[in-house]
Ligand binder design. Structure first.
Ligand SMILES: [Zn+2]
Length: 253
């Protein structure tokens, strides 16, 4: 069998697809590199795992320009810290926190110190086990976290549909819970959206080869104003909804 990777292929997609396939996932610049979606740093390396365990199987990549790959690496680190600190996460996240993330913190302690200076004690009640566990809560840079999930949504959309999403992207990180009285409405809203989205994607295939770290489901046109809804799940506990909302329709009068 011969390798024929350089032959000129017949166009099999429409022009728009061909054009965007040769651009960065997030802009019209020429791609220079591959970007992992979600960032590869979320997936533990083999050396930090039990022998034979591989949590980097078939990671998703999209083509990316320099800016949308390297410039956001600090945001990736912040995203990882927020995700693995979530108390509801699984054993993979906890092991990850013990290894890779803590070593990252030791090298660059400012971020962790800044977080811990502002920590408050929180008690988590486990109603099933009838126990109360003390943990900490830290302030969250929501615009920064939203930016991370928005780009991730753009990348997953590009990966599945081979074109840029040009409408609005709304992200709801359900694993972030506000502790103040005025956060109550926001918390309730987040839980309600989580339930509705879980039902909307219940019959969609679960995707992601390493569900201990990341899995997701998506559905097209769950309702008229929404083109696609994606339900992301990190470390089997930190859930995020991404809504791709269509621009408001102008009804001709
Ligand atoms: Zn770009």
């Amino acid at each position: 069998m011969s390798e024929r990777g350089t032959e000129s292929r017949q166009p099999t997609r429409d022009d728009r697809s061909l054009k965007t396939a040769s651009t960065c996932y997030a802009c019209d610049a020429a791609p220079t590199t591959d970007e992992h979606v979600p960032p590869r740093c979320l997936f533990p390396e083999a050396k930090n795992l039990p022998p034979g365990m591989d949590l980097r199987k078939s990671l998703i990549t999209v083509r990316s320009c320099e800016e949308h790959n390297t410039v956001k690496s600090k945001d990736d680190e912040y995203l990882r810290l927020m995700l693995v600190m979530n108390a509801a996460n699984n054993v993979t996240a906890r092991a990850h926190f013990g290894n890779k993330v803590m070593s990252g913190i030791t090298r660059r302690p400012a971020l962790m110190n800044q977080l811990l200076e502002q920590q408050v004690a929180v008690y988590i009640q486990d109603l099933d086990a009838d126990t109360t566990e003390k943990t900490i809560a830290v302030p969250v840079d929501m615009p920064r976290l939203d930016r991370c999930f928005e780009l991730m949504g753009n990348a997953l959309y590009f990966f599945h549909f081979k074109r840029h999403w040009t409408g609005t992207v709304k992200t709801i990180p359900h694993f972030i819970v506000g502790l103040d009285a005025e956060d109550r409405n926001g918390n309730d809203f987040s839980r309600q959206v989580e339930c509705v989205v879980d039902q909307a994607v219940a019959n969609s295939e679960q995707l992601g080869e390493n569900p201990e770290v990341f899995s997701y489901r998506y559905r097209e046109n769950p309702e008229p104003a929404c083109a696609v809804v994606m339900a992301l799940n990190f470390y089997e506990g930190s859930k995020v909804t991404i809504l791709f909302e269509k621009a408001a329709q102008t009804i001709p009068g």
